[in-house]
Design a binder for this molecule. Structure first.
Ligand code: DUC
Ligand code: ZN
Ligand code: ZN
Length: 479
């Protein structure tokens, strides 16, 4: 009897550190052997001329997240994770969002119900803390962290989500005490509100003014403030969805001072510009996200940051709202103000193909960097490594076989999300996932989805080594 359930043979394998030619032996969902010529497995895949990479870890995506404004996300945990795996992602970390005035623990229970029996790949949850009452800070957060919800996002904008600086400090202090990791949405709320009001007075409400209302200074100021608050508490943070040069400068400045400041960017800041919000009619709403896409020069700064170590992770920030839908982008019709358009764009399936084609195939980033940014680093950042994010003995057999020559032009009709558009329509790519394997099971092959609904498992996250403060043990305030 063979010891391997599956052998992937003759592939070129890349991790965040190495590139090698070898076979991969899989048993009971895990990688159990890496060697030049493995004996026959029950099932075999010939990966000659193909690239074998760790399945992607999308550490920032939204699915089935209840909204306060009447909008509804188009993807639930079935369509969202299905779309992910077709694009080469095998682990997702969406958000369990606390509603102000409600329990965080209850929000987590609710998200489990949304995901169980639906997810087709493995998932963990970040928390979103919107109401850090003493009960949440002292009771709920420590208990949730101990149970494997070890990262949380905080917002500096949006009335229903944002925290004051004081509340941010309280949350950061709990993170420091418990070893959890904080992600920050850094935009100055009052600046945006002020800009939106003035634009409205001038009748400037069409989608393109979403970007006008959020110039880079808005993101730069909040990024700097978040860094300062984290420095005061002495706790690492990660700035999510960084859009351009001005926030990058702040992050680099902090990193150069030795602060543990990490950063994430997303494909929209590499492939879209502000001009995409300025389309005929209401079409620009398709690209409304926050922070907004900037310009070509800023795209280059983001590409540079992927190479020079400013960014540790690239996530999709998949936020699936339909375009032609009264609970989507057109919640206030096609003549309403940009300020009511739900923020966010879909991209869970296109994240890896876009970055592979324009990054690796165009020579902007090397293969190891691609793997690090899209799989290994997010797994490490959020306490899932080495179970996820790499190809190593003992790791889950979450693997993607890439055809590096395949030419694909992105069209919404080929995607598996439940959204009626993609902002990347018409972009020509070279290189695409051919086979996706999740815990040793082929879940997608040559365009055919084989994954059984509900097969995805919840992942309890460990504490991240990235969350360690500089001065361990010394709590704040420290005389
Ligand atoms: N922030 C996100 O992280 N996602 C969608 C919208 C937003 O503002
Ligand atoms: Zn955000
Ligand atoms: Zn997001």
């Amino acid at each position: 009897m063979t010891e391997f359930d599956l052998v992937i043979r003759n592939g070129k394998i890349a991790t965040a550190a190495d590139v090698m030619n070898c076979d991969i032996g899989i048993h009971q969902g895990q990688i159990v052997a890496l060697a030049a010529e493995l004996p026959k497995g029950t099932q075999e895949i010939d990966a000659t001329d193909k690239l074998v990479l760790p399945g992607g870890v999308d550490a920032h995506c939204h699915m089935d997240q209840p909204m306060n404004d009447g909008s509804v996300m188009a993807d639930d945990f079935y369509t969202g994770t299905l779309s992910a795996l077709c694009g080469g992602t095998t682990t997702v970390i969406p958000f369990a969002c606390q509603m102000k005035g409600h329990s965080l623990a209850k929000a987590v229970e609710d998200y489990h119900q949304r995901a169980t029996d639906k997810a087709v790949i493995d998932y963990a949850f970040h928390l979103i803390v919107t109401d850090p009452t003493p009960h949440v800070l002292d009771e709920e957060l420590p208990k949730l962290i101990a149970k494997g919800y070890t990262s949380f996002k905080v917002y500096m904008t949006y009335d229903d989500l944002k925290l004051s600086d004081r509340a941010l400090l309280d949350v950061l202090a709990v993170a420091r005490q418990e070893g959890a990791f904080v992600m920050v949405h850094a935009e100055n709320s009052d600046c945006i509100a002020w800009m939106v009001q003035r634009l409205a007075q001038l009748g400037k409400i069409s989608p393109r003014y979403h970007a006008t209302a959020r110039p880079q200074v808005v993101e730069r100021e909040a990024t700097h403030r978040a860094i300062a608050l984290a420095e005061l508490v002495d706790v690492p943070i990660l700035i999510v969805h960084v859009s351009g040069a001005e926030a990058v400068e702040q992050i680099q400045w902090a990193q150069n001072r030795g602060l543990r400041i990490y950063a994430e960017t997303c494909p929209q800041y590499l492939f879209l510009t502000e001009a995409d919000l300025d389309q005929p009619g209401f079409e620009g709403a398709k690209c409304i996200c926050s922070p907004p896409p900037r310009d070509k020069a800023n795209q280059q700064v983001i590409w540079d940051g992927l190479c020079n170590g400013v960014f540790q992770v690239i996530s999709s920030d998949h936020a699936p709202f339909r375009y032609a839908h009264p609970q989507g982008k057109q919640i206030c019709g096609t003549h309403g103000s940009f300020q009511y358009v739900p923020n966010g764009i879909p991209g869970i399936e296109t994240r890896l193909p876009l970055l592979f084609s324009e990054g690796v195939n165009q020579g902007r980033i090397d293969l190891n960097t691609f793997v690090a940014l899209t799989a290994t680093n997010p797994a490490k950042l959020y306490g899932l490594y080495p179970q996820k994010g790499t190809i190593a003995i003992g790791s889950d057999a979450d693997l993607v076989i890439w055809d590096t020559q395949r030419q694909v032009t992105i069209a919404n009709e080929m995607l598996h999300h439940n959204v009626d558009y993609t902002p990347y329509e018409g972009i020509a790519l070279q290189g695409y996932p051919e086979i996706t394997i999740s815990r040793g099971e082929i879940v997608y092959q040559h365009g055919e989805v084989i994954a059984q609904k509900g097969r995805g498992k919840f992942l309890s996250c460990g504490l991240s080594s990235f969350a360690r403060p500089r001065q361990r043990g010394k709590a704040v305030p420290c005389p």
